[in-house]
Design a protein around this ligand. Structure first.
Ligand SMILES: [Ca+2]
Length: 80
């Protein structure tokens, strides 16, 4: 399930999600967010500071830290 979501984001199948892929996916979902917000979001999620999201970071984010969801939700809300 999580793998499937991750693969949807990982457009080029590299095993990591980049800012560009995150941007493209959000656009596909009909969510228009300024790049600076996506960059900020990525910084929070990218716990090992590689500049990309690995599956583990993505999964950890989705499963264990609802407060990060709130943070991101706030980013989106503040953008409208
Ligand atoms: Ca990373």
């Amino acid at each position: 399930m999580l793998r499937k979501i991750f693969k949807d984001f990982d457009l080029n199948g590299s095993g990591t999600i980049t800012i560009d892929e995150m941007t493209a996916m959000l656009a596909k979902l009909g969510i228009s967010v300024e790049r600076k917000y996506i960059t900020a979001m990525m910084k929070v999620l990218d716990t090992n500071k590689t500049g990309m999201l690995e599956f583990e970071e993505f999964a950890t984010f989705l499963l264990y830290d609802p407060y990060k969801w709130l943070f991101i939700f706030n980013l989106f809300i503040n953008n409208y």
